[in-house]
Design a protein around this ligand. Sequence first.
Ligand code: ZN
Ligand code: ZN
Length: 130
Amino acid sequence: MHSGGCFCRAVRYQVEGVPFHETLCHCSICRRTSGAPLVAWASFQRAGFRFTSGRPARIRSSPGACRSFCAACGTPLVFEHDDFPDELDITLCSLDDPQSIPPKDHTHLRSGLSWVEAMDALPKYARGRE
Ligand SMILES: [Zn+2]
Ligand SMILES: [Zn+2]
């Protein structure tokens, strides 16, 4: 069992089952809807998922696809596609323990930002830049 929710805690969820398709998505729609260079996701069987408090806002982000996010704080939470009605995707970083489900690949790199590929080589600081 995994639990998670949005930043402001207005929307909370629980999900059971074995995650699959754990990925870092570089598509332009994830980027625009999150404001981040990429988004980490995992898929679950829809039957194992439920909102435990609050309800998210939803937006049709492309034909057949629907994204849910907190209307108060904006955290992206869930992706659903009409072609896969028994599944849904959860943003890994909305989990209370995002370390528990590591991504296994990168997807939609063709749409990705060139500087993301170079990120590992950037200077690293344990805290703020000193
Ligand atoms: Zn919120
Ligand atoms: Zn994406």
